[in-house]
Design a protein around this ligand. Structure first.
Ligand SMILES: [Zn+2]
Length: 397
């Protein structure tokens, strides 16, 4: 039904899409809220909404109690209005999910992006899981594939251009859109993953009702997406990784970009592990050393987190230092953009909550305001939810 609505240019279809867009944007709305935003008469609105409800595109979520005792109904997008395949390609993992129109993840599969995972191997695995999931839903309701990948992205052509720091070789000029459309027959849209995370938190997460939101992914590097005046901001030349190369220490550590003192050279898996190993080589001790039989080459970031969880003084010192650099970067972003909220996500933060908490303390102390930093509502599902939202938006144009 969403597909036929998309192909229909008649006035009722246009009004239906306008109503669906308002419901999608606000999650749940009453009829009078829709009238306020559209100017439709109540009779027109009731007629169209009755059709949308009969066709399974919207549903009454709940009724509101008011002081007058009346109970206006709240409408939302019906979860079974359509199904979407979401794909996330990051430098640490890739994930494929089957989602409904309410962005609920019904099933998902994740695999690590190790040094043997070339683009060919990754795309084959992604296609295999997409084919598994598409068998489970009616073709009529399958809307397409939304991909959130590491930028820079050629959005029109759906190409991952020249991302850095993938473990395997060959990750450049990957025509994700072409490959997936040819192998699955489903329309595919590709966007920078960090932008999709921003969209998800803005539309349905902790940024609902706000106008300016910044979303940061911390992992192999640092990526930043932003919503300004209620709209996704696409940076110059589509590059979202420039935040990672913001200078936080003049003449500091050497960065992969060739400059010195970039925030990414202090806040990343590699930077933290390098610092940890360097301190141990300079004579510092850690509780984790016995566990790895003093073999520093076997040390992983998970082990570092384990040491931190055991209150290891060395791990704590490094987290404190890393948190101060992360906070400095976020304070600069805050002072520049004055967002309503800054959501900090990514595997680095999820594995090391202490890092976020310490950065948050420094941030709040320095700017004198609370509740600007958040870990978001979607957690590891943010990019996926944003990918689903992107596909749905296409059908509501
Ligand atoms: Zn740099």
């Amino acid at each position: 039904m969403l597909k036929s609505l998309y192909e229909n240019d008649r006035i009722t279809a246009k009004r239906s899409k306008e109503i669906l867009n308002i419901i999608k944007r606000h999650n749940t709305v009453t009829r009078s809220q829709i009238i306020d935003r559209t100017g439709f008469t109540m009779s027109t609105l009731v007629r169209i909404m009755n059709q949308l409800e009969a066709n399974g595109l919207i549903q009454v979520t709940q009724t509101l109690d008011t002081a007058m005792g009346r109970k206006p109904a709240l409408y939302s997008i019906h979860p079974e209005a359509g199904y979407i395949i979401g794909v996330e390609i990051s430098r640490t993992f890739s994930r494929i999910a089957l989602m409904n129109a309410a962005m609920d993840i019904l099933k998902s599969h994740t695999f690590g992006m190790y040094s043997n995972i070339t683009p060919e191997i990754a795309m084959d695995r992604i296609i295999e899981w997409i084919n598994n999931y598409t068998k489970e839903v009616s073709k009529d309701k399958l809307l397409g594939i939304g991909v959130g990948a590491v930028g820079p992205i050629d959005r029109e052509k759906g190409i991952m251009m020249n991302p850095v720091s993938f473990s395997a070789t060959g990750w450049e000029n990957i025509s994700i859109k072409n490959i997936l459309e040819q192998k699955t027959g489903l329309p595919t849209w590709v966007e920078d993953g960090v932008d999709l995370g921003a969209v998800a938190e803005f539309q349905k997460g902790c940024g609902v009702g706000m106008e300016h939101l910044v979303y940061v992914i911390c992992g192999v590097g640092l990526r930043l997406g932003m919503i300004i005046n209620g709209k996704l901001y696409i940076p110059h030349r589509g590059r979202n990784e420039t935040f990672g190369h913001m200078t936080v220490k003049l003449d500091g550590h050497e960065c992969s970009c060739g400059k010195k003192g970039c925030i990414e050279s202090y806040v990343s898996f590699t930077a933290i592990l390098d610092e940890f190993i360097s301190e141990i080589k300079h004579g510092k001790s850690s509780v984790i050393l016995e566990k790895i039989d003093f073999d520093l080459s076997s040390l992983t970031f998970d082990m570092f987190c384990e040491a931190a969880a055991m209150d290891d003084p060395l791990a704590n010192k490094i987290i404190q230092r890393t948190a101060s650099y992360l906070a400095a970067g976020l304070i600069n972003v805050n002072n520049l953009l004055r967002p309503d909220i800054i959501v900090v996500g990514g595997v680095l933060i999820r594995k090391c909550r202490k890092l976020f908490d310490l950065a948050c303390n420094i941030f709040e102390h320095e700017i004198g305001r609370n509740n600007i930093l958040s870990m978001g509502c979607f957690g590891e599902d943010a990019v996926m939810a944003g990918a689903g939202s992107m596909v749905l938006d296409h059908y509501l144009k």
